[in-house]
Design a binder for this molecule. Structure first.
Ligand code: KIV
Length: 263
């Protein structure tokens, strides 16, 4: 695959071409995922749950993400690598700059941070330093304790308006990509239409520009999958075939279907 850059993703958005993203944490899966044509790989702090066995992403450190980003970078065959900034690693701008440097030097092409308006100044600084930023709105798992659980966000009008406003603020601060997690499909559609940057959805319906899933979920390894997850191993019976089916179904707009959405 030709190397994917932020410009490639922007041109996909303007052409109406859908693209995919999967989490990966090691070289072997990074290689398989990029060979399947999945355009972006997220070294997610979900590794705290699926690799380390914690019940949240809060214990994950920047060193953990840097270690896994370095491994992913070795196996990657041209996908754009996004590394998650873990819990409390970007509360202050200076701290965010140092931690983002570590992840970029480990092999990331972009970093991701959870949060709205309060991140604007930090995003602006990171982008000016040459570090592309992906925002993350809706259900932000690092805030599970303030949100009171892993719940769909933006169902009430006020919360929906706040997410819409935050999306524009992040874009105007310089973010070049946005993840929207667990929001009603109509809200995701509105935001995707309102912003110029590509929007990657997870539990956000079919109308975003791209989709992301946690690797272990789409391989059917999670005994209690969320509603928005599809087990691609069930019909494909091999990991490379399951990854290819995911890539194809996202690109063709087959996944996610109605059964995977929140209305
Ligand atoms: O950490 C992660 O895997 C994520 C995705 C669920 C979007 O942030």
């Amino acid at each position: 695959m030709k190397s994917i850059t932020v410009n490639t993703l922007l041109s996909y958005k303007s052409e109406g071409k859908k693209f995919s993203c999967l989490t990966a944490y090691d070289a072997t899966f990074a290689r398989l995922i990029s060979l399947a044509g999945v355009e972006t790989i997220l070294v997610g702090d979900s590794l705290g749950m699926v690799l380390q066995g914690h019940d949240s992403t809060l214990p994950v450190s920047s060193n953990d993400i840097a270690y896994h980003t370095a491994a992913v970078s070795k196996g990657n065959q041209g996908s754009l690598i996004i590394a998650d900034m873990p819990f409390m690693s970007y509360a202050e701008t200076n701290q965010a700059l140092l931690n983002a440097r570590q992840l970029m030097q480990a092999g990331a092409h972009m970093i991701k941070m959870e949060g709205g308006e309060w991140l604007a100044e930090t995003i602006n600084k990171l982008v000016r330093c040459g570090i592309p930023v992906c925002g993350h709105l809706g259900l932000t798992p690092q805030s599970v304790n303030t949100l009171g659980g892993y719940k769909v966000q933006g169902r009430a009008a006020q919360s929906a308006q706040q997410i819409e406003k935050d999306a524009l603020v992040l874009q105007n601060a310089g973010a070049q990509l946005l993840v929207l997690e667990c929001v009603p499909r109509q809200l995701a559609k509105t935001i995707t239409e309102n912003v110029d940057i590509p929007v990657i959805g997870i539990g956000a319906g079919p109308d975003t520009n791209a989709q992301v899933l946690v690797l272990h979920d789409m391989l059917g390894l999670n005994p209690k999958p969320a509603r928005f997850v599809k087990d691609f191993m069930a019909e494909n019976h091999s990991i490379p075939k399951a990854l290819q089916a995911y890539s194809d179904e996202v690109q063709q707009g087959v996944f996610p279907g109605d059964a995977h959405c929140f209305e």
